[in-house]
Design a binder for this molecule. Structure first.
Ligand SMILES: [Zn+2]
Length: 216
């Protein structure tokens, strides 16, 4: 039976000590509600609880988005009722994007594109203002990426050893390279003239919880 420890075993010690970005977000107050008049603070631990683990992709996504949001929300509060987001279809990057922007494929406000690397396209729906943020090429070691791809070609003990080694290498990079750096050192944001294509998902629905956000 799986144990249920009552502590933050899933939160790496290094991250506890690091100065991680935090995010203030604004939402509505109910399923058909108005805007909330107060913001909420989201931290890295919240992202881990949603995504499931503290991986390199989660930290890289967090760093990248922390550089991008101020370009769209100069007042420092991310409006999760007003955003579209696109990223590579990585489990990790897509989750961070959805959690922090409020974009979801089922409402036509999240999409994916398999261009490699860590990047996000972010758009404020109300204004059309769009930015792209990307990670500095070469910042994430090529050999770790190769190690990820290599797993598909291994089996048995070789696979077991490779999974362990890959996890160790990823964690070492996060602890010794990413976390000691500042997000703006390796993640860069630029404005973009962009028309958002329709999201090709046939079950798209209406997001009712933002329809009445501006009702007096
Ligand atoms: Zn992940």
């Amino acid at each position: 039976m799986i144990s249920k420890p009552d502590d933050l075993w899933y939160w790496p010690l290094a991250a506890q000590q690091a100065e991680l970005p935090t995010f203030w977000v604004r939402d509505t107050v109910s399923s058909h509600g108005r805007y909330a008049d107060r913001a909420k603070k989201i931290t890295g631990i919240d992202l881990v609880r949603f995504h499931g683990h503290a991986c390199d992709g989660l930290f890289r996504g967090m760093y990248a988005l922390s550089v991008a949001f101020p370009a769209l929300f100069p007042d420092g509060v991310i409006d999760r009722t007003d955003m579209r987001v696109m990223s590579r279809n990585s489990p990790c990057l897509g989750d961070v994007a959805a959690y922090l922007t409020g974009g979801r494929i089922r409402f036509g406000t999240q999409d994916v594109d398999n261009s490699s690397g860590v990047w996000f396209l972010l758009q404020r729906m109300s204004t059309g203002q769009t930015v792209k943020v990307h990670e500095e090429p070469g910042f994430f070691p090529t050999e770790i990426g190769q190690g990820e791809a290599q797993l598909a070609h291994l089996s048995g003990d070789d696979l077991s050893r490779a999974v362990t080694a890959l996890h160790d290498r990823q964690n070492q990079w996060v602890e010794h390279v990413l976390l000691p750096s500042s997000p703006s050192d390796h993640y860069f944001v630029e404005p973009l003239d962009f028309t958002w294509p329709d999201v090709p998902f046939e079950h798209i629905g209406v997001r009712t919880d933002i329809l009445y956000k501006n009702v007096p």
